[in-house]
Design a protein around this ligand. Structure first.
Ligand SMILES: Nc1ncnc2c1ncn2[C@@H]1O[C@H](COP(=O)(O)OP(=O)(O)OP(=O)(O)O)[C@@H](O)[C@H]1O
Length: 594
């Protein structure tokens, strides 16, 4: 149960040692003050009884007023301690929420793509993000509350034991059943939330579809709204049933077992009353014992709830730490230069199977791309073109074979150097809701805000002319999420992506995965020609379904079901009169028919 308490405490301590110390001090104060107040209460009542019995002429109120003043002081102190505790907790909550979220996001940066694609893992991440940012502090708060109530209980016990040790025993025994049931139901609640997690993720996804600008267009036009809403509601109803059942059981049992506590209280009450009537204890002592017994009972039940809550928090924290401790593959590699800089890129019998897939996406692929040359990858959908690029950019490691850059294995390269050398646009490039210029700047973080570089990249990527037309030029906000944002056309976005690839001015490998699919064939050919001219020393790898562009590449590879079916220059492939020639003529014919 306390497995993660220490770590949660460390987390809170490292977030703010001062506030943590403050919590400890005030917790102690809030723990002892109630007993002191009860003790003063006894003195007041006894003094009142004494004075009431006096002759009216000789009554002296000074002692009772003095005690009243002391009690008021104690209660003011107690209120201040409680306020102070809650203020410190609120501040810590804000700090901790931010801290844990940053930890989660930082960890996410070290994870591999494979981990992100694993739904079980993704589930863990979502759960960690949803719950765990508030849990560490909740756990610490409960630990402190436990401490505070235990101090209070100890001081109550010191007072109560003078009456009878048996009363103490009754106090503890009566609270035990509630505790057992609370602990059991906390475990159930956690299991339930774990079980619900994939369903909740589906709900979250439906929410995104129903309320996000990038999907709402299609949802509207296909009339999907009702269908998706019905699904959303159906998920809720399945989940809600189990939750309601748990809530009802938890509170019903809580009530029944709680009755035991009330019974115990009245039994003790009767006992104390009898002793008072018989004159064994004074009226003041009776008031004090009753107060202490009542408060002791509530302290025990708060403690028990805190303990079962801690159990729940611990279970949730196990989730956070499971995520944070997820092993990551360290990107080793230290090379900043290859053994043979004139070698370019070489694939040697590379095969690759996606995790969990039953057949390989690439099989025995061997190819060579010398520096300063261009390579076009063609093939039907799903033939493995993008996968090849993902391996080249080291987003995945080949399952078999190896990829060499400048004669050295890609795995041995320093990841930073490698990424600096490759400028890449994927077909599903990101449309950042940032300024236009920043949308280019993301291509090279070192020059993220460098306006001069934005312009140069914009010109090379053919985006400059339309960017100049925008109201704010390179400072125009893009997208609709934020104030004043402008939306671009598909082709304009692609020019932004193309320019982004040119931001990597040091990159000598340019990878374009269908960079121009939203442009017409002629525009695409022009873009590629333009890229070739401005990339004389670079290796360019292009994926395209347009043969008018593909034919301009120095080397062409035709992939089919993950294997190289044919490769060569445009002329040699036509001469071979194989599949490439067939596809080329088919498309050429299509255009002629136009
Ligand atoms: N993340 C992934 N996990 C598992 N399988 C994948 C993943 N991405 C792609 N695949 C599978 O790998 C194969 C090759 O996909 P790839 O994206 O490389 O094709 P492509 O040639 O780029 O296709 P397209 O022309 O449609 O872009 C396909 O069968 C696809 O289903």
């Amino acid at each position: 149960m306390f497995r993660y308490s220490r770590r949660a405490l460390e987390l809170v301590w490292s977030t703010s040692p001062l506030l943590t110390l403050g919590l400890v001090a005030l917790t102690f104060l809030a723990g002892v003050l109630p007993a002191i107040a009860a003790w003063i209460g006894q003195l007041i009542v006894d003094e009142v009884v004494t004075q009431a019995a006096q002759d009216p002429t000789t009554r002296d109120y000074s002692a009772v007023f003095r005690w009243l003043l002391w009690e008021a002081l104690v209660l003011i102190l107690l209120a201040a301690a409680q306020r102070g505790l809650s203020a410190q907790q609120s501040i810590l909550r804000a700090l901790m929420g931010q801290r844990v979220n940053v930890m989660i996001l930082e960890k996410a940066q070290t994870l591999s793509l494979t981990q992100f694609e694993d739904s079980e893992f993704y589930d863990k991440l979502t759960r960690a993000r949803r719950e765990a940012s508030i849990r560490p502090l909740a756990l610490v708060n409960k630990t402190f509350s436990l401490l505070q109530n235990s101090i209070a209980l100890l001081s109550f016990a010191i007072l109560l034991v003078q009456f009878s040790p048996w009363v103490l025993l009754v106090l503890f025994l009566a609270a035990l059943p509630v505790f057992v049931s609370e602990a059991k139901f906390s475990g159930d609640a956690f299991q339930l939330s774990r079980w619900r997690s994939p369903e909740l993720r589906k709900q979250l996804y439906l929410e995104t579809l129903l309320a996000r600008e990038d999907s709402i267009k299609e949802v509207r036009l296909f009339g999907l709204g009702q269908l998706l809403l019905d699904r959303y509601k159906a998920i809720f109803h399945t989940l809600f049933g189990a939750e309601r059942h748990l809530i009802i059981r938890r509170d019903l049992w809580g009530f029944i077992l709680g009755l035991l506590g009330t019974l115990a209280f009245y039994a003790a009450y009767a006992w104390i009353v009898v002793e008072t009537v018989q004159g064994v204890i004074t009226l003041g002592q009776m008031t004090m014992y009753l107060l202490v017994f009542k408060q002791g009972q509530s302290a025990i039940s708060t403690n028990l709830t805190a303990i079962s809550g801690m159990y729940e928090d611990n279970l949730y924290l196990s989730n956070l730490y499971e995520y944070l401790e997820q092993p990551v593959e360290l990107e080793r590699g230290t090379l900043t230069q290859g053994v043979n800089p004139q070698e370019g890129i070489r694939f040697e019998s590379v095969s690759f199977v996606y995790p969990g897939a039953d057949k390989p996406a690439l099989k025995q692929v061997s190819l060579h791309l010398p520096p300063g040359t261009s390579l076009a990858l063609v093939g039907e959908n799903g033939s493995g073109k993008t996968t090849l690029i993902k391996l080249l950019t080291r987003l995945y490691q080949p399952t078999e074979g190896r990829i060499l850059l400048d004669g050295s294995d890609l795995r041995d390269w320093d990841p930073q150097t490698l990424r600096q050398r490759i400028g890449v646009i994927f077909q599903d490039f990101v449309r950042y809701q940032f300024l236009v210029g920043e949308n280019l700047g993301v291509g090279d973080v070192a020059a993220f805000s460098d306006e001069q570089r934005w312009r140069e990249a914009g010109e090379l990527g053919l985006a400059d002319p339309f960017i100049r037309q925008l109201s704010g030029g390179y400072h125009t906000q893009l997208g609709r999420w934020f104030q004043g944002g402008q939306e671009l056309s598909g082709g304009q976005w692609q020019k932004i992506a193309l320019s982004r690839a040119f931001m990597r001015s040091n990159a000598d490998i340019l990878v374009l995965d269908e960079p121009t699919a939203a442009m017409d064939a002629e525009a695409e050919a022009q873009v590629f020609e333009h890229v070739r001219q401005h990339s004389q020393e670079r290796m360019v790898i292009l994926i395209s379904h347009r043969f008018s562009t593909v034919r301009m590449a120095d080397h062409i590879v035709l992939l089919r079901h993950g294997e190289i079916q044919e490769q060569g220059t445009h002329a040699s492939l036509l001469a071979a009169n194989g599949r490439y020639a067939e596809l080329f003529h088919l498309q050429a014919q299509g255009y002629r028919l136009d």
